[in-house]
Design a protein around this ligand. Structure first.
Ligand code: NAD
Length: 481
């Protein structure tokens, strides 16, 4: 059994608690590791190490920081295979996905911010009439907290840590207790890359104990959080009165709007991905599919045919399209939504059942599920299910679909399929979402702002936006009269 440890002041160490949690391999339901449930004292030790390291890390030249981050990226790439199989075992995602997306992106997060920080700049404003010049310093905040979820474990963990470190902060970080393994392996990589001790500290444990202790720590200056909207609201309640900087990347219920004039084949292939990639456990998945009435019946038939061809299997097998759901609790939650669907407004068109997989009989597998709904006001269209479940609904015109697309509490992303330029521009302007994809899905350029509106969060990650989040702006005004 693997024993996962905290990483504090450059060393792996046991938690001060003797409270251990079990880590389960979702592909077969077996416990494969134990994990400490760290407490306030563990978090404080991590804070002290970070605080001690901050003085010199914040004074390190941008070039030196950039070199170390680039080295971390290189070492992640060198360990691609080890990390991809660790991620796949821990999360249940197909190994092909971990190899193609999760681990390359984790490496790229470090590479990107190693470069971005060398291009980061602050502003200066001159008022000739007053004979003043203002310039703005962008200073690192100090010790910051980074808390990430289980769906893209190393990908999202590094998406926060890399910019925080690049900007000169020291970090106390917590990965999800459901998928802690690759964060544990990352610590060793950071040591090998020459990251000074104490600059990054990783504490493991439950949200309500370890996570809460990070959020409540009086000296941790900012919290960068990705996870559910309810957790985000709870974190905001705790951290806002302490005047911490807060970045909240939360849930989504994203519309995928399909007009009859789109490139049909491209749309169909991409829509299968945007519905079921990572078992539908990506915050950006398009879980509400709205199709123009003219092509609705054709789309329904073609989509179901393609979905039925997806191969559900062991995450370690290379031909698997749909792996295991992350945990039994999550599988049960998703099944609960399917079971509770009101028969008068929802019809299951395909899927909806648990699957038993050879050599993974106790794993958490669910068929990709397509449900036709008659109204956007049903639970299936209003609540984030975060699994391999999408709904289909026809629409008559642009006005109607824009209204129902926005009629939800979330506002993370939206996809529109059309070749009508005016319509693309109109929807881009009026859809209530932080990120809009036109004729594509999940193509990412890390320079762009990433985040949501409404219950999908506050703040933006990515590019210079996140470097601004992880720095304090201080303006200096000089009069030269
Ligand atoms: P979650 O909110 O349960 O947990 C996320 C992290 O927060 C975990 O590390 C957890 O331990 C920690 N946590 C829980 N309670 C806490 C507390 N009181 N104080 C501090 N930390 C606490 O979310 P999850 O189930 O791990 O992830 C799924 C959710 O994440 C979905 O809602 C999904 O949409 C969202 N998500 C959003 C984005 C985005 O970029 N907007 C990306 C991925 C996932």
């Amino acid at each position: 059994m693997i024993s996962i440890k905290n990483f504090i002041n450059g060393s792996y160490c046991e938690s001060l608690t003797k409270d251990w949690l079990e880590v389960i391999n979702p592909s077969n339901g077996e416990i494969y590791a134990k994990l400490p449930n760290s407490n306030t004292q563990d978090v404080h030790e991590a804070y002290l190490a970070a605080e001690k390291a901050f003085h010199s890390w914040s004074k390190t030249s941008v070039d030196q920081r950039s070199v170390i981050l680039a080295k971390i990226a290189e070492l992640i790439e060198d360990q691609m295979e080890i990390l991809a199989s660790a991620e796949s075992m821990d999360n249940g995602k197909p190994i092909s996905l971990a190899r193609a997306v999760d681990i390359p992106r984790a490496a790229y997060n470090f590479k990107f911010f190693s470069q971005a920080v060398t291009q980061f700049y602050s502003e200066s404003h001159e008022q000739i009439s007053d004979k003043t010049i203002n310039y703005t310093l962008r200073q690192p905040l100090g010790v910051v907290g980074c808390i990430s979820p289980w769906n893209l474990p190393l990908y999202l963990f590094t998406w926060k840590i890399a910019p925080a470190l690049a900007a000169g902060n020291c970090v106390v970080a917590k990965p999800s207790e459901v998928t802690p393994y690759t964060a544990f392996l990352l610590a060793d990589i950071c040591n090998k890359a020459g990251l000074p001790k104490g600059v990054l500290n990783i504490v493991h444990g439950l949200g309500k104990s370890t996570g809460q202790a990070i959020v409540e720590h009086p000296e941790i200056k900012a919290i960068s959080f990705t996870g559910g909207s309810e957790t985000g609201a709870h974190i905001a309640k705790t951290a806002a009165p302490m005047f911490k900087k807060l970045s909240l990347e939360l849930g989504g219920k994203n519309p995928n709007i399909i007009f009859a004039d789109c490139d049909y084949d491209k749309m169909l292939t991409t829509t299968v991905k945007s519905s079921f990639a990572n078992q539908g456990q990506i915050c950006l998945c398009g879980s509400r599919i709205f199709v123009e009435a003219d092509i609705y019946e054709k789309f329904k038939k073609d989509f179901i045919k393609k979905v039925s061809q997806l191969k559900i299997g062991l995450p370690s097998e290379k031909e698997t399209d749909i792996g295991a759901m992350v945990s039994k609790a999550h599988l049960d939650k998703v099944l609960g939504y399917i079971a509770a669907a009101n028969k008068s407004e929802a019809t299951v068109l395909c899927g909806g059942q648990k699957v038993s997989i050879k050599n993974g009989e106790k794993g958490f597998y669910l068929e990709p599920t397509v449900i036709e709904v008659s109204s956007n006001n049903c639970l299936l269209n209003q609540e984030e299910i975060f699994g391999p479940v999408v709904t289909l609904m026809p629409f008559k015109n642009a006005t109607e679909v824009l209204e129902i697309a926005n009629d939800v509490k979330y506002g993370l992303s939206a996809t529109v399929w059309t070749n009508n330029l005016k319509r693309s521009m109109y929807f881009s302007e009026h859809l209530e979402a932080g990120m809009i994809w036109i004729n594509t899905w999940m193509q990412r350029d890390l320079r762009t702002p990433f985040g949501g509106q409404k219950a999908s969060g506050i703040g933006r990650e990515g590019g210079f936006e996140v470097l601004r989040f992880f720095t304090e702006a201080k303006n200096i005004c000089i009069n030269y009269e």
